[in-house]
Design a protein around this ligand. Sequence first.
Ligand SMILES: NC(=O)c1ccc[n+]([C@@H]2O[C@H](COP(=O)([O-])OP(=O)(O)OC[C@H]3O[C@@H](n4cnc5c(N)ncnc54)[C@H](O)[C@@H]3O)[C@@H](O)[C@H]2O)c1
Length: 395
Amino acid sequence: MAKILLVLYPDSVTGYPPQYARDSIPVLDGYPDGQTLPSPSAIDFTPGALLGSVSGELGLRRFLEAAGHELVVTSDKDGPNSVFERELVSADIVISQPFWPAYLTAERIAKAPKLKLAITAGIGSDHVDLDAAISHGITVVEETYSNSISVAEHAVMQVLALVRNYLPSHEWVVNGGWNISDSVERAYDLEGMNVGVIAAGRIGRAVLRRLAPFDVRLHYTDKNRLSPEIERELGLTFHPDAASLVRAVDVVSIHAPLHPETYHLFNDALISSMKRGSYIVNTARAEITDRDAIVRALESGQLAGYAGDVWYPQPPAADHPWRTMPHNGMTPHVSGSTLSAQARYAAGTREILEDWFADRPIREEYLIVNGGQLAGVGAASYTAGGESSPGSGGK
Ligand SMILES: NC(=O)c1ccc[n+]([C@@H]2O[C@H](COP(=O)([O-])OP(=O)(O)OC[C@H]3O[C@@H](n4cnc5c(N)ncnc54)[C@H](O)[C@@H]3O)[C@@H](O)[C@H]2O)c1
């Protein structure tokens, strides 16, 4: 029987919600590229309930305990005396969400001799040191597509919020004001702007599709060029690298995974090559940007705004400069953890566990590391090795 260590974010400050704003969530037919939705044999939760917090338990307890497994759920994940570090020593499986990541560094992996499977409930497994997982024979999987559209919607929202100066305008009314000049002196239309995405994978493509009706000029860069049909359909301009793209656009939305190639890609040099007054939205991973370079560029006016939902580390310290830097539209890491997304990645986690315990292969599209090498989506999107090692925050 296995010991499963499940690391989830804390419940709401008012406790686990007794009721919800809506009575149901939409039922989807599948994902945009035809990939099928998660398909566990059953689920023990109500779609639309809060599943990603400690009391939600991803709806896994009944299923796991009925099969005789041990489930340990905690949000205490940081530091040597954390429940996570203590329980990891005897865990067979770790499940963690990127929103509240249990950093599986090389040091922690070395202290977990029984660990065989690391599941990312969601997308983005950079909180796991993939090199260490490869060398220790740990399988790393995530629920590809489970929250891609959730993130794309958040990115589009934040692009509009920055360009139109939404959040400061809202603040004026909350505070009793009617300050039109103050609100509009930084407000523009998105229409006609050049907007680019760094990486056109599942999320990047969904952002491009959603932005196309705004009559913007769309740009992208990616290791893998899209088909001429998609480029034509959306009117995309392809750039061979980020350096070329950022010089051409007014707004950049980042959608690449964090790995050695993308660590600190947005540094002082790249940002200074952008048009003055550019906007960056980053819902991918914080460390694709250089934290202090972003602050400097907002303070100097080189950037007109920065938004996103990804930070390093997570949770960030109370004095993290991104909380208070000018013209920021930051949220906590929430874009991929809507109630709608939680239902999908909770079902995906159960599907993976069912396959693992039955010794069936896990879907190829869920694989990041398997059999001692990058596999599936991991082989397509990540690189192993290099100086910046994922799982240690790119350091
Ligand atoms: N904020 C959130 O809640 C949230 C949720 C899900 C995913 N994410 C992040 O978004 C990332 C992308 O997710 P996805 O579902 O679109 O993944 P995906 O695998 O579908 O797409 C990733 C794309 O990045 C491209 N890429 C990789 N390295 C690159 C490089 N150096 N330069 C240019 N392109 C590169 C790949 O070719 C691929 O097209 C995830 O890795 C994760 O870090 C964030």
